[in-house]
Ligand binder design. Structure first.
Ligand code: 5GP
Length: 191
């Protein structure tokens, strides 16, 4: 998606450790006009696919998923990161290792809000090694819900997550795929 690529080139900052900072428009200050265009593009890409729920993960996924949901006209459920997992059986849980913070957290979704009747589109801001998505996919499996596709804003194509998830046969639509980026020059090349 040209608009997103141009914005990344203009305002994205490449940090050491393969981290791209996009906090001026995506995950701290949020450009809602851009989010609207992203939502429309996912709607176009998933036209004809039956979707009755969007699943994302806190925190950065929530804003883009909420805006996108207006085009799909479906509710959004976000997986919560939790320090203490409630073991009373009322929650689906998965462990997710954070790429940016390097810690492992439990993510939870209430069984009230996800079940076998659901046809789900997952939306998230970044795809790096794929741990966040694999956690969400595990939760869908536990719930007996159907994964209909995944929409990602920025995929770092030089990391492994995208390849692993596409190999499972999942329809994965990333709006911008970064082929390479260089912290010393700031150069970003898109696929
Ligand atoms: P993964 O689980 O695919 O390794 O990483 C996905 C999660 O890590 C995303 O939800 C995002 O919050 C965070 N993340 C991964 N790479 C980056 C990055 O380069 N920049 C930022 N800002 N977040 C990232």
């Amino acid at each position: 998606m040209k608009l997103l690529e141009e914005r990344i080139k203009k305002d994205g900052v490449v940090k050491e450790g393969n981290v791209l900072k996009v906090d001026s428009f995506l995950n701290h200050r949020m450009d809602i006009e851009l989010f609207n265009e992203m939502g429309k593009e996912w709607k176009r890409l998933f036209e004809g696919t039956e979707i009755n729920k969007i699943l994302t993960i806190e925190a950065s996924g929530i804003g883009i998923a909420a805006v996108a949901a207006q085009y799909f006209k479906v509710p959004v459920v976000f997986a919560k990161k939790s320090k203490s997992v409630n073991l009373d059986g009322s929650m689906y849980t998965a462990k997710v290792e954070s790429f940016t913070h390097k810690n492992v957290s439990d993510v939870i979704v209430s069984k009230k809000f996800l079940g076998p009747e659901d046809k789900v589109l997952i939306i998230d801001d970044f795809l790096a090694n794929g741990c966040a998505l694999e956690g969400l996919m595990k939760i869908l499996e536990e719930a007996g819900a159907k994964l209909q596709g995944i929409g990602i804003a920025i995929e770092k194509g030089f990391q492994d997550g995208g390849r692993r998830i596409r190999e499972k046969g999942v329809k994965l639509e990333s709006l911008a795929i970064i082929e390479s980026m260089d912290a010393s020059t700031g150069e970003i090349v898109f696929r």
